[in-house]
Every structure is written in C-alpha cells, then in structure tokens.
Write a protein of this length. Sequence first.
Length: 330
Amino acid sequence: MFSKDIGIDLGTANVLIHVKNKGIVLNQPAVVAVDLNTNQVIAVGDKAYEMLGKTPKNIEAIRPLKEGVIADFDITEAMLTHFINAIDVKGFLSKPRMLICCPTNITKVEEQAIKQAAENSGAKEVILEEEPKVALVGAGVDIYQPGGNMVIDIGGGTTDVAVVSMGNIVTAESIKLAGDTFDQNILDYIKKEHKLLIGIKTAEEIKINAATVFPGSRDEEMEVWGRDIESGLPRTITVHSDEIEKALHESIKLIAEAARSVLERTPPELSADIIDRGIIITGGGALIHGIDKLLAEKLEVPAFVVEEPMNCVAKGTGLMLDLMDKAIKA
C-alpha cells in the first residue's frame, strides 16, 4: 500500500536501483531502443543493449545519458519510468522518495533536468547527492567523522575524484573520461594499428577479457572479429594485453593527473589521513585490470579497489536514505 524509498545510480553505462530493506534490485544497461518511424520505445535495458550495432535503419539503440548527465530528456524519462515500474515500488496512495547521484561538476540546469525526469517517472520527492560521497558511504566509510577520505569513482561517462571530511567534499575534480572512453580508445587503436573496424560492444569485451593498464601485469590474448578497412570483408586478429595497455595509456594518465591535482589542493592534515588510509577506487571502471597498482605508483599513495566497486554508489544511496531518516527522527 505504501511506497518504498529508492536510491538510483543513474549512470552513463548502467542504471542501478536500491530499494530500502531489499538492497540492489535492478542493474541494467542505460540503453533504450526506439522505432524512428513512430518514436515509440520498443526495448529498454538488457534487451536494448543486445541491439547495439545490430539494428535496421528504422530502429536506433540510444544511450540517453552522456558523460554523467542527461543528453536526451524524453528518452531518459521513458527509461526511468520503465525501470521504476519494473521494480514495483509505487504505493497505492503514495509515490516513492528518490535519492539520485550526480557528478560533482554538474550545472543547475543539468540538476533540474535530472529532478524533472525523476518526478515525471513517479517520484514524490527527489534528492540529489554528489556521487563521490555516496560511493564512499557504499564502500563502508563513515564520511561524517573528522578526517580525510579520498575516492576515485570511475564510471561510464565521468571519473569523479574527491576528498571528503565531516560529510562534505573538501577538494574535488570531475573529468569527462571513464569506462566509455576506454572502449573508444580500444576501438580506435584496433582501427589504426590493425586496419580493422570493430563495434563498441567488441571493444568492451576486449577491455574486460584482455585489457590492463599496468605494463606487464597481464598476459592474455583474445581473438577479435571485425571488418577489414581496405577489403570490406570480415577478418580476425589476435590482440594481447600489452597492446591494450598502450591503447589506454593516455586516458589513464589523465585520470592520474586529475587525482594528483586533488591531492595537491588537499589540506596537509587531511593528506596525512589519506596516506594512512589509502585511496578508495570505485565504479565500473575500477574493474579494469591493474588500475590500483598504476594509481598507487603514479600518486605514491596506497590505492585499492573495493569489493563490488560497481555497486558502491547504489549501495551508498540506500545507506544515505537511512542516515537521513535517523537525522529527521533525532
């Protein structure tokens, strides 16, 4: 009869939804398939993702979020509505309260777009929270204590780096470079070095199964199918982890530079805490092989990937809602 509070990790690559007292109940790709002739949504999430690169001319598989913000308002609203209806959280007489995460450098216009899309999809109240804070909470950190905690949250569209103390962000930087960029880096490398055209899904499979960002730390080979640029015919090649490390080198360098910039702007007392506690790495991009070793080497500070890094933000939304409720009761 009554609605349930929900937390949403509205990511560029995936949408995760946490329902109070139930945990994460949905984790699906942020993809929507649309019939261009009728403008009707024909598939959302997993089913739409399967269509990427395989649709006829009248159907387009769209990612409605780009670089952590809404690029297509109507499609985002349709996607959110579909997911919220699928998990059945609306009450007979009430609507759910939603806590949604956003990058640290989001504009007021972009904030309003997220709020409006959520309200139109059935929210009673929409609370926006900065993603690095929520990621730390989901990683089990008490962010309300005095002391510095640093997180590097590598999502699909953005990487957010932040130092948090006493519940607030002290220093932060958000760059529009993350997991989707890695996929494009791999696609571009294969095209340039092997004269082979591959799809973005194939690039993602290479990232998962063969990639590393720490030189010499992985020894995997993978057979890849694509279309030869010159002949136009199908061709197969074999790629090695060392090649993919080269493809990703520049992007990883930029993430390390953003993290270094945040460290350099952090007060000395908090810097000491970070050296003692280490840097927490979260988000789907944290799953790329060797990221912890590389960042620890570049930043000269211990760094580690948390357990289930992709779920941290979604878990954190649920915990943040609980903390808000306790504060209200107190």
